[in-house]
Design a protein around this ligand. Structure first.
Ligand code: GRF
Length: 312
């Protein structure tokens, strides 16, 4: 990545060497201040009014990248230098996780939309993983069919756009999904995550987003498909299962049925209650969901029939 950064910095360095360019070390310093990037080295060099050497220029790119502000830094630069797209540049930008679209540099994120109906601990696990940089993704919307879903509150706390979309009386599934898609389609998500979303999606919606919707189920599919909430764990205990767990799978036209991405197990203990088992499974759910999103965001799987196979 350093090499691409250096090459990119070089291309713009050539442009700022023209005598008419307003870009010098003072400009870099002022721009960094504007963008909220504090850097002692740049401050010192600016105080000395030293020339903007190629090394310092490159250093400023590294710094902007570290602060995840390379996109906005580039936007400021091209205000003065202009930008001509070419294949070589495109490749560098791609490697740096950037795109140039509608006259602007933007960061390319794996865009997630999370659909919820309840307390949102799985949503929280995704939010935390993104904050801890375990996931290179961004949640662009959280949609709930229930107003009181605590998941909405969790999203609001993190300034994630939230939508409350209740179903209308006697509304057909597909009609609801078409309204849902009025929110979803313009956001162009890479993945739609059902994290405790208590609605079955219509074939129309599933087809439109085939292999772009995943669900988390609190049991080892195909056992206990179609059950939800406490009912799953009660059924597992009553059946006398010795293991249970969770499944992250792609969503297809049948409930709890699509290709399985990840499963994790827990032991069912003799003394387990619905609550204790649910709590242990939930921990695994959080891990599995984050792992599945990571695999998908990094393009590390391929699908052969029902089998989801990891590729490196
Ligand atoms: C989880 O148990 C999940 O498996 C199921 O719904 C529950 C949602 O929990 N689909 P939360 O809202 O993420 O806490």
């Amino acid at each position: 990545m350093r090499e691409e950064l250096k090459n990119l910095a070089d291309i713009f360095y050539m442009k700022i060497l023209s005598p008419s360019s307003p870009i010098n070390i003072k400009w870099v310093h002022a721009t960094f201040s504007d963008l909220g990037i504090r850097d002692e080295n740049i401050e010192k060099i600016a105080e000395l009014n030293a020339p903007l050497s190629r090394e310092v220029w490159y250093y400023s790119f590294i710094k902007a990248q570290e602060e995840e502000k390379l996109d906005v830094y580039l936007n400021k630069i091209v205000e003065h230098t202009g930008f001509e797209e070419n294949e070589r540049l495109g490749k560098y930008l791609d490697a740096l996780g950037l795109i140039y679209k509608d006259g602007e540099f933007k960061r390319k994120f794996f865009k997630l939309i999370v659909l919820v109906s309840g307390r949102g601990t799985n949503l929280q696990a995704i939010i935390d993983a993104i904050e801890e940089k375990k996931l290179n993704a961004r949640i662009v919307a959280v949609v709930s069919n229930r107003k009181k879903a605590y998941a909405l509150e969790r999203a609001r706390k993190k300034n994630i756009p939230t939508y409350y979309l209740p179903a209308r009386k006697n509304e057909r599934r597909e009609d609801y999904d078409r309204r849902l898609d009025e929110i979803i389609a313009p956001l162009e998500p890479d993945l739609i995550v059902l994290a405790g979303f208590m609605r079955i999606l219509s074939p129309w919606f599933v087809k439109k987003y085939r292999l772009k919707i995943i669900n988390i189920h609190p049991a080892l599919l195909p056992s206990f498909a179609g059950l939800y909430g406490e009912n799953v764990h009660r059924a597992v205990i009553e059946y006398g299962c010795k293991v249970s767990g969770c499944t992250v799978h792609f969503v297809d036209e049948e409930v709890d049925h699509g290709p399985i991405i990840i499963q994790k197990c827990v032991k069912v203990k003799d003394e387990d209650t619905v609550e204790t088992l649910a709590a242990r499974v939930l921990e695994k759910e959080h891990e599995s969901l984050v792992e599945a999103i990571k695999l998908l965001s990094e393009g590390k799987i391929k699908i052969e029939g029902r089998r989801v196979i990891r590729v490196s």
